[in-house]
Design a protein around this ligand. Sequence first.
Ligand SMILES: *Cc1c(COP(=O)(O)O)cnc(C)c1O
Length: 457
Amino acid sequence: MTSQPPDNVRAALRALPSVDRLLADCGDLCAWYGRTATRDSLRDVLDAARHAIRTGDADAGTPADLIARARDLLERRFAPSLRAVINATGVIVHTNLGRAPLADSAISAMNAVARDYSTLEFDLTDGKRGSRTTHAQAILCELTGAEAALVVNNNAAATVLMLSALAFGRGVVVSRGQLVEIGGGFRVPAIMAQSGAHLVEVGTTNRTRISDYAAAIDEQTAAIMRVHASNFLQIGFTESAPLAEMAALARERGLHLLDDVGSGALYDTAAYGLLAEPTVPDSVRAGADVVAFSGDKLLGGPQAGILVGNQAAIERLKRHPLARAFRADKLCLAALSATLDHYRRGTALTAIPVWQMIARPLDDIRHTAQTWAAAWGDLAQVIDGESTVGGGSLPGATLPTAVIALSVNAADDFLSRLRRADPPIIARIAEGRVLFDPRTVLHHQRERLVETVADLI
Ligand SMILES: *Cc1c(COP(=O)(O)O)cnc(C)c1O
């Protein structure tokens, strides 16, 4: 014999409306989320109500309550996981927050080729098939002094491509001081193994001389490679071979010189109070055959891996099957070309967000910080701080900034409420206080940030 539920429970269950009854009142939800998803969420809400009734909650709510719950459920189910956030951390190229925000011109360029058909692989002069590799090439050559260029998905792909195309099955000589891990799965020995090239380690962790490279070269060797130690600093008793000497050695032995410069600065970062980052034009001038760098670090553009170098070497990369697998899409090429255009016009410092942030005067940041602190009241205090470039560029390099330190009771809890705001705000904690660095907060987000924080205090 099965036990019968008590009368009041049976009555409450019977009183629940059917899915179809509720659905009839959900015209707006059906229009927005679709009929199937709306019906599914109503079904789930009704299941939960039945369960609640059986376990002692005799009142499941009115039909309007049930529909409101379905609406909440749909909102949560349809919320995109990839969302815009406000970066108040002071880390300019924040890898977890999407690295470089794009210049307005880059966004417009993406929009145009996204909405309409484009000349991605079409030559308007003769009406025949064109090549996507032409789009950013001329401007990259102009800006870096290289003979040819190729754009792929990211710098990790660029590195694999140059090694596979130029050194598959053969040796590549690398200093032990440069067998680095950049983070997010990029380790030089692993990348080398994937590319099919054989790693030949030379020197020691702290010192590698040009004679070390020379001694390691044999008939199996295809290339010498330099990898920029992007995210750490070596100080003290250190030595590395200058790129120009590596280039001379490579030329003399008929080898390729490959240079993974990482961030790929086109500007001299030292001019902005930062450490000197190797610039791409410097590498080209020093004689590297192929230079690889990222599009979304200090360049301030979309995710991309950029390869520049001599004509013959870049031609071999273009013809390699992996070039097809790694090729950049039209949105990337449009955004990259528009970003590079600012360097050509000399407007990078004012138009590219990463460079605007780097170049933003301290007085200006302090002024913003004071305005925010005033809006947030007694709990807020403006103090000196440090912004960082981040994104595996310029290790240890910081920019003096002014931050607002907010004294709240439970800083961790406050941080998590900031993350639940719309748009979410990402801040950090130091010495029990919540810190906001205005340097990395984009202009159009400032008002929203000030209001949201004021509401949460
Ligand atoms: C960042 C970096 C990479 C990886 O570049 P992605 O564009 O993230 O793929 C490779 N090498 C160096 C030296 C780097 O700094």
